[in-house]
Design a protein around this ligand. Structure first.
Ligand code: 4LI
Length: 183
Protein backbone atom coordinates (compact mmCIF):
# COMPACT_ATOMS: atom_id res chain seq x y z
CA UNK A 1 0.00 0.00 0.00
CA UNK A 2 1.27 3.50 -0.85
CA UNK A 3 1.72 5.78 2.17
CA UNK A 4 3.23 9.27 2.62
CA UNK A 5 6.76 7.83 3.01
CA UNK A 6 6.55 6.76 -0.66
CA UNK A 7 5.81 10.31 -1.83
CA UNK A 8 8.89 12.34 -2.75
CA UNK A 9 8.97 16.00 -1.64
CA UNK A 10 10.03 19.33 -3.13
CA UNK A 11 13.70 19.18 -4.15
CA UNK A 12 13.56 15.57 -5.33
CA UNK A 13 14.76 15.47 -8.99
CA UNK A 14 11.80 13.38 -10.20
CA UNK A 15 9.52 16.39 -9.59
CA UNK A 16 11.30 18.63 -12.07
CA UNK A 17 12.16 16.15 -14.83
CA UNK A 18 9.96 15.07 -17.76
CA UNK A 19 8.64 11.54 -17.32
CA UNK A 20 9.02 8.78 -19.92
CA UNK A 21 6.25 7.64 -22.27
CA UNK A 22 4.72 4.37 -21.03
CA UNK A 23 4.56 1.34 -23.34
CA UNK A 24 1.07 0.21 -24.34
CA UNK A 25 -0.26 -2.45 -23.77
CA UNK A 26 0.52 -1.80 -20.14
CA UNK A 27 2.87 -4.20 -18.36
CA UNK A 28 1.60 -6.02 -15.28
CA UNK A 29 3.81 -3.79 -13.16
CA UNK A 30 2.41 -0.56 -14.63
CA UNK A 31 -1.16 -1.83 -14.14
CA UNK A 32 -0.38 -2.68 -10.52
CA UNK A 33 1.18 0.75 -9.98
CA UNK A 34 -1.98 2.42 -11.35
CA UNK A 35 -4.17 0.29 -9.06
CA UNK A 36 -1.98 1.21 -6.08
CA UNK A 37 -2.14 4.93 -6.96
CA UNK A 38 -5.95 4.81 -7.22
CA UNK A 39 -6.14 2.96 -3.89
CA UNK A 40 -3.93 5.59 -2.26
CA UNK A 41 -6.33 8.38 -3.30
CA UNK A 42 -9.35 6.45 -2.03
CA UNK A 43 -7.55 5.69 1.26
CA UNK A 44 -6.46 9.32 1.61
CA UNK A 45 -10.09 10.43 1.38
CA UNK A 46 -11.34 7.88 3.93
CA UNK A 47 -11.25 9.56 7.34
CA UNK A 48 -10.48 6.36 9.29
CA UNK A 49 -7.85 4.95 6.92
CA UNK A 50 -6.24 8.39 6.43
CA UNK A 51 -5.99 8.85 10.18
CA UNK A 52 -4.70 5.33 10.81
CA UNK A 53 -1.95 5.58 8.16
CA UNK A 54 -1.42 9.37 8.47
CA UNK A 55 -2.30 10.00 4.83
CA UNK A 56 -2.76 13.52 3.45
CA UNK A 57 -5.87 13.79 1.30
CA UNK A 58 -5.46 14.17 -2.42
CA UNK A 59 -7.70 13.91 -5.47
CA UNK A 60 -4.83 13.28 -7.90
CA UNK A 61 -1.34 11.76 -7.88
CA UNK A 62 1.33 11.31 -10.58
CA UNK A 63 4.03 8.61 -10.75
CA UNK A 64 6.90 11.14 -10.53
CA UNK A 65 5.58 11.93 -7.02
CA UNK A 66 6.59 8.36 -6.16
CA UNK A 67 10.01 8.84 -7.73
CA UNK A 68 8.82 6.85 -10.76
CA UNK A 69 9.48 8.93 -13.88
CA UNK A 70 6.70 7.47 -16.00
CA UNK A 71 3.74 9.25 -17.63
CA UNK A 72 1.17 7.75 -15.26
CA UNK A 73 -1.51 9.67 -13.32
CA UNK A 74 -4.45 8.69 -11.11
CA UNK A 75 -7.49 10.83 -10.31
CA UNK A 76 -10.27 10.13 -7.82
CA UNK A 77 -12.97 12.58 -6.72
CA UNK A 78 -16.62 13.51 -7.13
CA UNK A 79 -17.30 16.92 -8.66
CA UNK A 80 -19.85 19.43 -7.34
CA UNK A 81 -22.62 17.78 -9.40
CA UNK A 82 -21.77 14.38 -7.92
CA UNK A 83 -20.07 13.13 -11.10
CA UNK A 84 -17.35 10.60 -10.17
CA UNK A 85 -13.95 11.01 -11.78
CA UNK A 86 -12.05 7.83 -10.90
CA UNK A 87 -9.43 6.75 -13.39
CA UNK A 88 -5.84 5.82 -13.98
CA UNK A 89 -4.31 7.16 -17.21
CA UNK A 90 -1.02 6.76 -19.03
CA UNK A 91 0.57 9.16 -21.52
CA UNK A 92 -2.01 11.93 -20.94
CA UNK A 93 -1.80 14.88 -23.37
CA UNK A 94 -3.72 18.14 -23.53
CA UNK A 95 -4.66 18.26 -27.24
CA UNK A 96 -6.65 21.51 -27.12
CA UNK A 97 -7.63 24.17 -24.60
CA UNK A 98 -9.63 27.38 -24.19
CA UNK A 99 -8.10 30.85 -24.25
CA UNK A 100 -10.07 31.54 -21.08
CA UNK A 101 -8.28 30.67 -17.85
CA UNK A 102 -9.50 29.70 -14.39
CA UNK A 103 -8.00 29.12 -10.96
CA UNK A 104 -8.93 27.70 -7.56
CA UNK A 105 -9.86 30.71 -5.40
CA UNK A 106 -8.32 28.84 -2.40
CA UNK A 107 -5.06 28.18 -4.22
CA UNK A 108 -3.63 24.68 -4.76
CA UNK A 109 -2.05 22.13 -2.50
CA UNK A 110 0.29 19.28 -3.50
CA UNK A 111 1.18 16.03 -1.71
CA UNK A 112 4.84 16.69 -2.53
CA UNK A 113 4.83 20.20 -1.00
CA UNK A 114 4.85 20.29 2.81
CA UNK A 115 4.11 24.00 3.10
CA UNK A 116 1.24 26.25 2.13
CA UNK A 117 2.07 28.23 -1.01
CA UNK A 118 -0.27 31.19 -1.39
CA UNK A 119 -1.51 32.52 -4.67
CA UNK A 120 -3.70 31.82 -7.65
CA UNK A 121 -2.54 29.16 -10.12
CA UNK A 122 -3.82 30.28 -13.56
CA UNK A 123 -4.78 27.31 -15.74
CA UNK A 124 -6.81 26.68 -18.92
CA UNK A 125 -10.55 26.92 -18.10
CA UNK A 126 -11.44 24.11 -20.54
CA UNK A 127 -9.22 21.31 -21.89
CA UNK A 128 -9.45 18.26 -24.13
CA UNK A 129 -7.21 15.39 -23.03
CA UNK A 130 -6.17 12.23 -24.89
CA UNK A 131 -4.69 9.31 -22.94
CA UNK A 132 -4.75 5.54 -22.57
CA UNK A 133 -6.58 3.91 -19.66
CA UNK A 134 -5.67 0.93 -17.47
CA UNK A 135 -7.33 -1.46 -19.97
CA UNK A 136 -5.19 -0.12 -22.82
CA UNK A 137 -8.22 1.74 -24.26
CA UNK A 138 -7.85 5.24 -25.78
CA UNK A 139 -9.57 7.94 -23.72
CA UNK A 140 -10.67 11.43 -24.84
CA UNK A 141 -11.91 13.77 -22.11
CA UNK A 142 -13.37 17.27 -22.35
CA UNK A 143 -13.07 18.96 -18.95
CA UNK A 144 -13.88 22.29 -17.32
CA UNK A 145 -14.09 23.63 -13.77
CA UNK A 146 -12.46 21.78 -10.88
CA UNK A 147 -11.86 18.57 -12.90
CA UNK A 148 -9.91 20.58 -15.50
CA UNK A 149 -7.74 22.06 -12.72
CA UNK A 150 -6.97 18.67 -11.15
CA UNK A 151 -6.04 17.02 -14.46
CA UNK A 152 -3.77 19.96 -15.40
CA UNK A 153 -2.06 19.80 -11.98
CA UNK A 154 -1.32 16.08 -12.49
CA UNK A 155 -0.27 16.42 -16.15
CA UNK A 156 2.11 19.20 -15.06
CA UNK A 157 3.83 16.63 -12.78
CA UNK A 158 4.45 14.44 -15.85
CA UNK A 159 6.25 17.44 -17.39
CA UNK A 160 8.23 18.34 -14.26
CA UNK A 161 6.12 21.45 -13.50
CA UNK A 162 5.04 22.29 -9.92
CA UNK A 163 1.89 24.35 -9.25
CA UNK A 164 3.90 27.17 -7.69
CA UNK A 165 5.89 27.56 -10.95
CA UNK A 166 2.67 29.07 -12.34
CA UNK A 167 2.00 31.57 -9.54
CA UNK A 168 2.78 35.22 -10.42
CA UNK A 169 5.76 35.94 -8.15
CA UNK A 170 5.28 39.75 -8.32
CA UNK A 171 1.60 39.52 -7.44
CA UNK A 172 0.51 35.99 -6.37
CA UNK A 173 -3.15 37.06 -6.22
CA UNK A 174 -3.06 38.78 -9.60
CA UNK A 175 -6.12 37.86 -11.62
CA UNK A 176 -5.02 37.48 -15.25
CA UNK A 177 -7.22 38.88 -18.03
CA UNK A 178 -9.90 36.49 -19.17
CA UNK A 179 -9.81 34.26 -16.08
CA UNK A 180 -12.50 33.21 -13.61
CA UNK A 181 -12.33 31.79 -10.08
CA UNK A 182 -13.46 28.29 -9.10
CA UNK A 183 -14.73 28.12 -5.50
C1 4LI B 1 -3.44 26.05 -0.47
N1 4LI B 1 -4.86 25.87 -0.49
C2 4LI B 1 -5.37 24.63 -0.61
O1 4LI B 1 -4.71 23.62 -0.77
C3 4LI B 1 -6.85 24.57 -0.61
C4 4LI B 1 -7.57 25.04 0.50
C5 4LI B 1 -8.97 24.96 0.51
C6 4LI B 1 -9.67 24.44 -0.60
C7 4LI B 1 -8.96 23.99 -1.72
C8 4LI B 1 -9.71 23.48 -2.92
C9 4LI B 1 -7.54 24.07 -1.73
N2 4LI B 1 -6.79 23.59 -2.80
C10 4LI B 1 -6.69 22.25 -3.04
N3 4LI B 1 -7.40 21.39 -2.28
C11 4LI B 1 -7.32 20.08 -2.61
N4 4LI B 1 -8.05 19.17 -1.89
C12 4LI B 1 -9.16 19.63 -1.08
C13 4LI B 1 -9.42 18.72 0.09
N5 4LI B 1 -9.53 17.32 -0.35
C14 4LI B 1 -10.03 16.40 0.62
C15 4LI B 1 -9.77 16.60 1.98
C16 4LI B 1 -10.25 15.69 2.91
C17 4LI B 1 -10.99 14.58 2.52
C18 4LI B 1 -11.28 14.39 1.17
C19 4LI B 1 -10.80 15.30 0.23
CL1 4LI B 1 -11.17 15.03 -1.44
C20 4LI B 1 -8.37 16.84 -1.10
C21 4LI B 1 -8.06 17.75 -2.26
N6 4LI B 1 -6.57 19.61 -3.61
C22 4LI B 1 -5.89 20.54 -4.33
N7 4LI B 1 -5.19 20.09 -5.37
C23 4LI B 1 -4.64 21.02 -6.39
S1 4LI B 1 -5.05 20.18 -7.91
C24 4LI B 1 -4.64 18.60 -7.19
C25 4LI B 1 -5.30 18.71 -5.80
C26 4LI B 1 -4.67 17.74 -4.79
O2 4LI B 1 -5.02 16.57 -4.78
N8 4LI B 1 -3.74 18.24 -3.94
C27 4LI B 1 -3.17 17.38 -2.97
N9 4LI B 1 -5.91 21.86 -4.07
Amino acid sequence: MITMKDIVREGHPSLTRSAAVVEVPLSKDDKQLLEDMMQFLKNSQDEEIAEKYELRAGVGIAAPQLGIEKQIIAIHFEDIDGKLYSMGLVNPKIISHSVEQSYLSSGEGCLSVDRPVEGYVPRHARITIKATDINDQPVKLRLKGYPAIVFQHEIDHINGIMFFDRINTEDPFNIPENSSPIQ
